[in-house]
Ligand binder design. Sequence first.
Ligand code: PEP
Ligand code: MG
Length: 586
Amino acid sequence: MERKLVGIPASPGIAIGPVHLLRWEVPEVRHRIIGDHAIPDELTRFRDALERAKERLRQIRERVESSAGPQEAAIFDVQHSILDDPVLRGEVEDLIRQNLGAEKAFELVMYERGQQFARSAHPMLRERVGDLKDVEIRVLTLLMDLPDHDPVDLPKGANAILVTHDLTPSLTVQLDRDAIAAIATDAGTRTAHVAILARSLGLPAIVGLRTATQELTGRETAILDGSTGLLAINPSHNEIDDYRERARQEAVAEVELRSLSVLEAVTTDHVRITLRANVDLPEEAELAASSGAEGVGLMRTEFLVVGRAAMPDEDEQYRAYRRVVEAFDGKPVVIRTFDVGGDKLPVGGFPTEANPFLGWRAIRMCLDQPEFFGTQLRALLRAAAHGDVRIMLPLVVSLDEVREARALLAKAARDLDARGAQFRADVPLGVMIETPAAAVAADTLTTDVSFFSIGTNDLVQYTLAVDRGNANLATRFTPMHPAVLRLIQQTVNVGNAAGLDVAVCGEMASQPLMAVMLVGLGVRQLSVAPRSVPLVKRIVRGISVEQATRAAQAALAAPTAAQAEAELRKHLTDVQKDLFGDIGVA
Ligand code: PEP
Ligand code: MG
């Protein structure tokens, strides 16, 4: 039967193919009592399953390392260390010696571990629950001789639409791009990290579908349109033909857009807009550089630490930063210091927190751990010897934080000097404006920073008190809310008056209509996902600052987000069809 599900558009592109339903769930385990004589065999069976699970993890790790890179592969180190944990193994073996079947014994011990973590509201521990769950599924599958259903086991060329509840980092990095054409999840929002990663991988994606895994059986065919959020189940032949044609047009448009990469991002009234790329993984650097981006406006560094069993040392970090710097050949590369915590989870050792988004994260955690932070700062200063590196601090709320970070940066330079290392000391230091505190009191920061970069993902979250990752709140997460627009306007005014560069690097800058809004508010630097660079460039080249300013001022005066957007559109009607009409901007 033909059906349509609508979720949140997370990564553009059209895919048509069979649904692959991934239920990565713990299987039901029977309570089985074994006789004393059977204990030795049961112990052997359990140990053997652990070894086979480790071997399986090793294979996956190798495959991921060659397809996605060493950072992604390191995600599996945590799972490997769980399998290697002698305490956990001992607890299971004790239960087996008390005549419990291996599956139940293992399940009970994993359940207890999971409970310890799940009782805390801290996302880092929730993430560990994810790792525990992955390990539990893997071992039980082996113990119970169940079919192995990792996403990577799809045949090459399957062109499947992967439908799953949520994508853990460990599942995401296993996705075989030759088998999977698109992703659809029940959970998540546009700014959740799974969505950001799908865009990095260039896979069309819809998130926040809520009930897709319940409604589908895995025997359907579907069309997934990542620009509109539509998942059409068992579509008619006509519909399939329609979407094939749209996909073809999108491909043509993309080639056309790519040809813009050599042109300047300049408005019709000759105002130059600097267009840079957001880079989430060092592996993306080359693609980003060929997109026509004039440097990197935001390099996220969390992928160096998330899901790892051990912290990357200074040399490993230096190599990752240097790769991006060299790919951009002298163009500015803004590297953000670790923004761990919240929904970005670090190597273990985090305390339990009731409100992680308001917790010990990002710059707070770095300043409280000068050794950890110092390693990153030294790696950054060394990478700066190879190009135009600029350092950016996340989640700043006060000048004290900037000053403390500056003192640690000076110390990092002294340490490198004493070591005789090659580095650059005079690296510009800037801040993300992503809390209402930083935006409202932006004037207090201007004396000590070289630039502002507005992080609209968090600015919207903190201003509107709307969790950016909660699918139930997705329609309430709106950058066009008057409070958000006013904070952006104020930050731009303060930055411009102080002669600072003011950029926007949140997702807002990647959305065509919003990009016009930002230009109209006086923003002259935008940093967007690499694949959005040509699209945003085309928008910039199609509008005048004069028109964008008029539209933005009208939007700014509106009392609601919906009215602000309507005003914006009204003032852009003459360019709207030309610019936005054929590129799926709803
Ligand atoms: C932001 O908050 O807008 C931002 C760009 O950073 P992140 O999405 O990594 O929090
Ligand atoms: Mg942020």
